[in-house]
Design a binder for this molecule. Structure first.
Ligand code: ADP
Length: 210
C-alpha cells in the first residue's frame, strides 16, 4: 500500500498515519518529523529549515523532495509507505508521481481528513499543553501566530492537491471531526472498499486487512 495523508495542520494526519502504518506493516514517513529530527542535529541547511518551520512557512520543495525520495527508496519502504505531510505543493506531488512512475509504481489512495478550521486552533493549543504537562518539548509552530501562517499555506498551496488527486481517481475524503477510533475505522473501511481486484494483489496486500 502506498498512501498519502492530506489535511490541514491539526487534522490528525500524524495520529491516523501511525495507526494505519502499524496495521498495514508499512513505514509512516512524516516530513515534519524528519525535518525536526534533521534540525535537531544542526546541519546548516536544516537550521534554515528550522526557522521557516517555527514561523509556519513551508520548507523549499527541493529539500523536502530529496528527503522523501531517499526515504521511499529504502528497503523498509519496498512494500509500501504512508506519507504524512507530503506532498504539500503541486511541484512536490508531480515529483512524487514521476519518481513512482520511474519505478513502475503508483499510489493506492490519497486520504483527505476534512476538519472545520474552527477546531484546529483548539487542537493545537491542546497538543502544546499536553506536551508541556508530559515534560516533552512543545513544537515551535504550535501557537496561534504560526498556525495562521500554516493554515494560509495549506489553503493556497496544499488544498489544490485535493483536485489533483481527485482527477487521478485517488482521493478519498473522510470526516476528521469524529473520535480518533472512528476516524481510523472509516479510513480502513475506505481502503477496503477501494481495494484492487484480487488478481492484482500480492499475497502481502491480501494479508494486510485480514
Ligand atoms: P502540520 O501538518 O501539523 O502543520 P508537520 O509536522 O507536518 O505539521 O509540518 C511542520 C512543518 O514542517 C511545516 O509547517 C513546514 O514548515 C515543514 N514541512 C513539513 N512537510 C513539508 C513539505 N512537504 N514541504 C515543505 N515544508 C514541509
Amino acid at each position: 500500500m502506498r498512501l498519502v495523508m492530506l489535511g490541514p495542520p491539526g487534522a490528525g494526519k500524524g495520529t491516523q498515519a501511525a495507526r494505519l502504518a502499524e496495521r498495514l506493516g508499512v513505514p509512516q514517513l512524516s516530513t515534519g518529523d524528519i525535518l525536526r529530527a534533521a534540525a535537531a542535529k544542526g546541519s546548516p541547511v536544516s537550521l534554515a529549515a528550522r526557522d521557516l518551520m517555527a514561523r509556519g512557512e513551508l520548507v523549499g520543495d527541493d529539500i523536502v523532495v530529496n528527503c522523501v525520495l531517499e526515504c521511499i527508496a529504502e528497503p523498509g519502504a519496498a512494500s509500501g509507505f504512508i506519507l504524512d505531510g507530503f506532498p504539500r505543493t503541486l511541484r512536490q506531488a508531480r515529483a512524487l508521481d514521476e519518481a513512482l512512475e520511474k519505478a513502475h509504481l503508483g499510489l493506492d489512495a490519497v486520504l483527505e481528513l476534512k476538519v472545520d478550521e474552527s477546531v484546529l486552533l483548539d487542537r493545537i493549543i491542546y497538543r502544546a499543553r499536553e506536551a508541556k504537562a508530559a515534560g516533552l518539548p512543545v513544537r515551535a509552530d504550535d501557537n496561534p501566530e504560526a498556525l495562521k501562517v500554516r493554515l494560509e499555506s495549506y489553503r493556497t498551496q496544499t488544498q489544490p492537491l485535493a483536485d489533483y488527486y481527485r482527477t487521478a481517481g485517488l482521493l478519498r475524503t473522510i470526516n476528521g471531526l469524529r473520535p480518533v477510533d472512528e476516524v481510523t475505522s472509516s479510513l480502513v473501511a475506505e481502503l477496503r472498499l477501494h481495494r484492487k481486484p484480487e488478481s492484482e494483489q500480492t499475497s502481502l496486500s491480501r494479508a494486510e486487512f485480514e
